[in-house]
Design a protein around this ligand. Structure first.
Ligand SMILES: Nc1ncnc2c1ncn2[C@@H]1O[C@H](COP(=O)(O)OP(=O)(O)OP(=O)(O)O)[C@@H](O)[C@H]1O
Length: 449
């Protein structure tokens, strides 16, 4: 393996020396600069695998280096060195794309961990992207954007807060951030904060020592330790009680935890991802969620859009789900009629993809063994219609009036055909058309196979 190279940027010679010694002991070659301009020169001269930079430089700001490296063709991880307790600047740096931060005075085990994490990134690359396309389905622009954000976020250690409606795919997104990251060989620990009884939460999160409370019959490791080196995903974080919000804040800030009944703090290396369907900013406003914790967990926010905003993804998702539910191959899986697909694309899906899975599972129990029709879907009528009337408003931004009218015509014809079991005479009658006119429209819309 090629010797890794790191760029160290700091105006304090003592810090440079400490970092150089530590990195050399880890087998990493270094180049050092005391100024931002010196660093820029070195960056032009050669490629690096990692950069460690102080934020305050005599002739500039370390954040500019973070941005410069991030905007290059092949960005490498940049970690920032911050004054002790200055989480605000660490957060700003991570928002700008810094991989992680280390605070002064430099804690050497934490520094070594950071360097090891950053260098793993080098050996870790693109085949993962292809795998992700098969897992996080959808070719809508919204889903493409999410896949590219996941790939970017996987390169950082910054906490990410995933927001989205229930069943929209938040946990799947969290898993993919983990799988794509250099932490993928360690655990992904997911926990639903709303599902743990309040009195057990501290021990679940941080572990406990034998005898620390009634029922603590042995030492127990908590979720943070279980996720050490990996990723901890706190789902429904809005459900955390205030007492635990304080303790979680401490654990994130110090990168250390203290099990219940234990005197010593234990260092932990955990990437924190969180999610909720609730509006955390609003909860901060009304005092039910701590502002400082919100600020720490929400360094980067990722919004997973509801399924109704990406209806173009419905056919591919439905096919994928049918293949999975029936254990069949792509060619042998049950068909979905065009009208049924159309109805699914118009449905609002309050329960998102999880609801689509349930609808299709139910349809598989009801259909004729060949093709799933509209009736097999059992879509709630009221909701589907509300959507239709909202959709019916013409929005010039979404295409020409002609295309829009054609889409409505196609929909009405498919429905009539479906309802009349593909009897064209009956469908024409239902639509108040002569058979000739009906046939003409089928041809025009290329529905006359
Ligand atoms: N883009 C997608 N492609 C394929 N499957 C998906 C996609 N998004 C979600 N799913 C599937 O939908 C189901 C629900 O997703 P997930 O559990 O991630 O949602 P969630 O937002 O975390 O829900 P909740 O808020 O209820 O916990 C899962 O089975 C998941 O695999």
């Amino acid at each position: 393996m090629k010797t890794p190279f790191a760029l160290i940027v700091d105006d304090e010679p003592d810090i440079i020396e400490l970092l150089e010694i530590t990195l050399h002991r880890m087998g990493v070659e270094t180049r050092s600069a005391g100024t931002a301009s010196g660093a820029r020169r070195l960056l032009q001269e050669r490629t690096f695998d990692l950069c460690l930079t102080d934020l305050k430089l005599p002739d500039g700001d370390g954040l500019e280096l973070v941005e410069l490296i991030q905007s290059s063709d092949a960005p490498h991880p940049v970690a920032v060195i911050t004054a002790h307790g200055n989480m605000d600047t660490a957060i700003t740096a991570m928002k700008k794309g810094a991989f992680d931060f280390v605070s002064k005075p430099v804690d050497l085990p934490a520094l070594r961990q950071l360097v090891a994490n950053a260098l793993k990134f080098k050996d870790h690359a693109s085949a993962k992207d292809r795998r992700m396309r098969h897992t996080l389905l959808g070719e809508s622009q919204l889903m493409r954007d999410i896949r590219s954000k996941i790939a970017k976020l996987a390169r950082s250690q910054a906490p990410v807060h995933i927001h989205g409606e229930s069943g929209a795919g938040k946990e799947l997104v969290a898993r993919l951030i983990h799988q794509q990251s250099t932490r993928s060989d360690k655990s992904f620990v997911a926990i639903n904060c709303g599902a743990i009884p309040h009195e057990l939460m501290e021990s679940e999160f941080f572990g406990h020592k034998k005898g620390s409370f009634t029922g603590a019959v042995g030492d127990k490791k908590g979720l943070f330790q279980a996720a050490d080196g990996g990723t901890l995903f706190l789902d429904e974080i809005a459900d955390l009680p205030p007492s635990l919000q304080v303790k979680l804040l401490r654990a994130i800030q110090e990168k250390k935890i203290r099990p219940v009944g234990e005197q010593q703090e234990i260092p932990v290396d955990v990437r924190l991802l969180s999610a909720t369907h609730r509006n955390l900013a609003e909860m901060v406003q009304n005092g039910s969620f701590r502002q400082d914790l919100f600020y720490r967990i929400n360094v980067i926010e990722l919004n997973v859009p509801p399924l109704r905003e990406r209806t173009a993804d419905v056919p591919a998702l439905a096919e994928h789900i049918l293949v999975r539910l029936t254990g069949q191959t792509q060619t042998h899986k049950p068909e979905i009629s065009p009208a049924a697909l159309d109805a699914l694309q118009r449905y609002r899906f309050p329960g998102n993809i999880r609801e689509l899975e349930n609808i299709l599972e139910r349809a598989l129990a009801l259909y004729d063994g060949k093709c799933i029709g509209v009736d097999d879907l059992n879509l709630p009528v009221g909701i589907a219609e509300t959507h239709l009337s909202e959709e019916s408003r013409y929005d010039p931004g979404r295409g020409s009036l002609e295309d829009y009218l054609e889409a409505i015509e196609r929909r009405a014809i498919l429905h009539a055909l479906e309802e009349n079991r593909w009897n064209k005479t009956a469908a024409a009658k239902q639509l108040g058309l002569t058979f000739r006119s009906f046939r003409y429209r089928l041809k025009k819309l290329e529905l006359d196979d």
